[in-house]
Design a protein around this ligand. Structure first.
Ligand SMILES: [Zn+2]
Length: 461
């Protein structure tokens, strides 16, 4: 049965008053109702609390990841959706192991412990750990200049800080990520025995921020850890006073056999064009040291909440709208690849895909990636609907790691853009907890996503 609200919308549709600077008044009312519903609901926020507190450390392959799959599957099962299913995907199974520790040993300053964390994919040091002299660099060029003579049998300390003067923290991140992802492979070329990498965060803190790293074929695989920014500053300081100091660390990572996991998918079937698919999603896995509240439990719960809002407001999309909880974004992106593979194999017609994986902080807008310039301009012009909600930063260029593999069969990819000032305070660290989530910020974002999905579906771009 239709709600009173839907009847009003239906009547307005018949009268179809086009005013308010050419905008469709009916659309504005629907959007208003979406925001009202989102802001008045604590469902997704409470579900996120459960996910964070009960499946903390849900790295792909872990029991916590399996629990997160079960939780979100049951969550969507209870929502009266048209279908909810698990999409099987084999995932890598890297385990950190226990007792990671590090200390600096100086004959001048003494001994001090510093917070470190293995990088995702790192090998372990073995029982005894590694003790060696340490060489600080900020670039691969510096590494090359030092050469084998200075690097061999040493630990290389990559200490390039994220540039706080850049207005985009994502840009600052991308300019320093090389040392985390490729530092070990580069240092090993010159005979280094291990690497210690400065955490990729703007703030000075004691939290190490992990993330994926890659070895190169034919190059020795050496252990790699990140050190907190406070630890990195201290090490830098001590090295100036005592260049001959020793650094010790041990870690015990192992790569276990691959295991079966799942993407979790729920959908509302389209009323007019059920074969055309709109995908909205986030990734269900998190790093093993983290509750994964901003990265990316929040994005997952927002995606599910869009379906709840559509159902509660009787918004019947023309096209099929799917919420997808992608598995394994952090380690090997297997979930996103599998979803795209299956979509291609089934010849599915994808209309657009949107991902929320930049935190659930204050909403700013959306980024759009598509080849058709006219369509792009039309999409960008939708930002007028979002002005009252201060979420009208619509720009060219945007996607998400999990929806990126869909690009060959999906003409429009969209990335949700929240404010990025605080994101890297949390990213990939134990500081990314549920307590860092603001209900209003999260739900303003959910409302923006739901409104955009509604508009793009309605206008048939
Ligand atoms: Zn993420």
């Amino acid at each position: 049965m239709k709600s009173f609200f839907s009847i009003i919308i239906f009547l307005l549709g018949i009268v179809n008053p086009v005013f308010l600077n050419g905008q469709d008044f009916k659309q504005e009312l629907v959007i208003k109702s979406i925001y009202k519903n989102a802001l008045g609901s604590r469902k997704a926020y409470n579900d996120l609390r459960y996910l964070c507190k009960n499946t903390k450390g849900r790295i792909s392959g872990s029991p916590q990841a399996a629990e997160a799959v079960e939780f979100t599957y049951q969550l969507m099962k209870q929502m009266n959706l048209d279908s909810v299913w698990l999409q099987p995907v084999m995932v890598k199974n890297w385990k950190r192991g226990k007792n990671e520790k590090a200390s600096i040993h100086s004959s001048i300053m003494g001994i001090i412990e510093v917070p470190v964390l293995s990088l995702g994919g790192s090998v372990g040091t073995g029982e005894k750990g590694i003790t060696a002299g340490i060489v600080e660099v900020k670039s691969f060029e510096e590494l090359e200049a030092l050469g084998k003579k200075k690097i061999k049998n040493k630990i290389v300390f990559f200490n390039k800080a994220m540039d706080p003067t850049l207005s985009s923290t994502f840009k600052a991140y991308s300019k320093t990520a090389f040392q985390r992802t490729r530092g070990a492979a580069e240092a090993a070329k010159y005979g280094a025995v291990a690497v210690v990498v400065r955490s990729l965060t703007i703030v000075n803190s004691d939290f190490p921020h992990t993330g994926i790293m890659f070895y190169e074929e034919g190059i020795p695989e050496i252990p790699a850890v990140v050190i907190s920014t406070n630890g990195a500053n201290l090490l830098n300081n001590w090295l100036k006073k005592d260049p001959g100091l020793q650094f010790y660390f041990e870690n015990h990572c192992e790569l276990w056999p691959e295991v079966l996991s799942y993407n979790v998918i729920g959908e509302i079937r389209g009323r007019e064009r059920p074969d055309e698919i709109i995908t909205i999603g986030g990734h269900l896995d998190s790093w093993d040291n983290s509750e994964g509240a901003h990265d990316d439990g929040g994005g997952c719960m927002q995606s599910i909440d869009v379906l709840r809002i559509f159902n509660e407001l009787d918004i019947e999309p023309k096209r099929t709208v799917r919420a997808v909880m992608f598995m394994d974004e952090e380690y090997a992106q297997r979930g996103g690849q599998k979803y795209a593979e299956e979509a291609a194999r089934k010849n599915e017609k994808h209309y657009f895909a949107l991902e929320s994986d930049a935190g659930v902080l204050t909403p700013r807008g959306f980024g759009f990636s598509l080849a058709d310039e006219k369509r792009l301009q039309n999409l960008l012009s939708l930002n007028v609907y979002f002005k009252p909600y201060k979420t009208n930063l619509f720009k060219e260029g945007g996607w998400g790691v999990d929806i990126y593999p869909l690009r060959h069969i999906c003409p429009i990819l969209i990335g949700y853009i929240p404010d990025d000032s605080r994101y890297f305070n949390y990213h990939h660290s134990a500081n990314d907890t549920f307590e860092k989530i603001n209900h209003r910020e999260m739900q303003m974002g959910t409302a923006a996503i739901a409104s955009l999905v509604y508009l793009i579906d309605y206008f048939d771009f």
